[in-house]
Design a binder for this molecule. Structure first.
Ligand SMILES: Nc1nc2c(ncn2[C@@H]2O[C@H](COP(=O)(O)OP(=O)(O)OP(=O)(O)O)[C@@H](O)[C@H]2O)c(=O)[nH]1
Ligand SMILES: [Mg+2]
Length: 109
């Protein structure tokens, strides 16, 4: 669906970019997609949450390794947007409260 995402950018006040952290094969393409989202002009001033999902699943890589493959630190320091990273499991509900708190914090701005 990536090619049609820009059709929705104009009305966004925030972005939640969800990463399937159990699928290490997709990590590099996911990172490229993220960079194109962050460089989109209509999204220059929105808050961004990078959400590492599926943390309940067994995974060959630790979250630290995945974040390092993503070069998260470089992305956060060079992107124009305020970026938050969180981890969650949509299946178990782990981390969802933090996601809601983040949404609330950016919605009142
Ligand atoms: N264990 C687990 N499963 C999840 C979680 N979130 C979503 N799923 C499951 O993952 C499946 C959907 O994810 P994907 O298969 O990656 O779907 P997709 O990203 O649209 O499709 P692909 O492009 O093929 O990856 C569904 O079966 C969901 O129930 C989670 O946090 N934990
Ligand atoms: Mg998937």
């Amino acid at each position: 669906m990536g090619p049609i995402w820009p059709s929705y950018f104009q009305d966004c006040f925030a972005v939640i970019f969800m990463v399937d952290s159990a699928n290490i094969v997709q990590i590099s393409s996911s990172c490229i997609q993220l960079l194109s989202v962050l460089s989109a002009d209509p999204l220059r001033n929105v808050s961004v949450l990078i959400l590492f999902n599926k943390r309940d699943m067994p995974c060959l890589m630790s979250l630290t390794e995945i974040k390092s493959l993503f070069r998260i630190d470089d992305i956060v320091s060079s992107a124009p947007q305020p970026i938050t990273t969180l981890e969650a499991s949509a299946r178990s509900g782990q981390g969802l409260q933090e996601v809601l708190s983040w949404l609330e914090s950016v919605a009142v701005k």
